[in-house]
Design a protein around this ligand. Structure first.
Ligand code: COA
Length: 195
């Protein structure tokens, strides 16, 4: 039998839309008590989880989802933290219990880092309890510096600043070039479009 960690991952990863709120809430509600404890650092009930999902969407939290069909089965969240000298966000992860240990957390982490960097964040913080080995391993994999404060494990990830806009201004975005709109596009293809 194929080991759990080697089973294919059939879903897709994408940023959630405002209309995904009920699906995000249902995903969080499907976490079992141990995953909920790990995710929220304590035992919490359904009403808290539902209110948390709504609050996150209302505040414009960036949420990246792992979806199988129409259901969200995993999520990575970027919550802006106010009051820091440099743009800083708290990040959090959740993968439904039956799918844990298959690499989905790592895929979500990778995608989250790309989003966070594109949003100009310089520091990301991830907080969990010291006994959450899975999250600690995941954080270490992405070079999070882990420290322990008052019963919590806090990981900090520093992101590089965004590079300046490259010297390609005035040139169309690549798909337009492919359609024949770019500088130096073959005349024949431009004529063909205009015909
Ligand atoms: C933490 C979590 C998001 C990780 O997602 P995942 O899909 O299970 O992660 P991956 O499959 O990519 O594995 C991550 C690491 O955990 C390790 N791992 C998997 N199962 C494990 C287990 N039972 N015990 C310890 N480590 C385990 C993996 O080997 C991997 O480490 P490695 O790359 O060094 O081998 C997921 O387990 C989860 O939702 N947990 C509950 C909520 C939570 O803890 N959130 C984090 C706090 S915000």
């Amino acid at each position: 039998m194929t080991p759990v960690s080697k089973r294919p991952i059939p879903g897709v990863i994408r940023q959630l839309r405002p209309s995904d709120l009920p699906r995000f809430r249902d995903h969080l509600l499907r976490l079992d008590s141990s995953s909920r404890h790990d995710r929220f650092n304590g035992g919490i009930g359904d009403a808290f989880v539902a209110a948390y999902a709504e609050r996150s969407f209302a505040r414009g939290t960036t949420v990246i989802g792992y979806l199988e069909g129409d259901e969200i089965r995993g999520a990575a969240e970027i919550h802006e933290c106010a009051g820091h000298d440099e743009p800083t966000a708290e990040i959090a992860f959740s993968v439904e219990p039956q799918l844990q240990g298959r690499g989905i957390g790592a895929l979500l982490f990778e995608r989250l880092l790309a989003h966070a960097r594109a949003m100009g964040y310089r520091h990301l913080r991830v907080t969990t309890h010291p006994g959450n080995d899975r999250m600690r391993r995941l954080a270490r994999k992405f070079q999070a510096r882990l420290s322990f404060q008052a019963g919590e494990a806090v990981g900090v990830i520093a992101l590089d600043p965004l590079p300046p806009v490259p010297e390609t201004r005035g040139q169309p975005w690549w798909p337009l070039r492919m359609l024949g709109f770019g500088r130096g596009a073959p005349v024949a293809s431009t004529r063909a479009i205009g015909r």
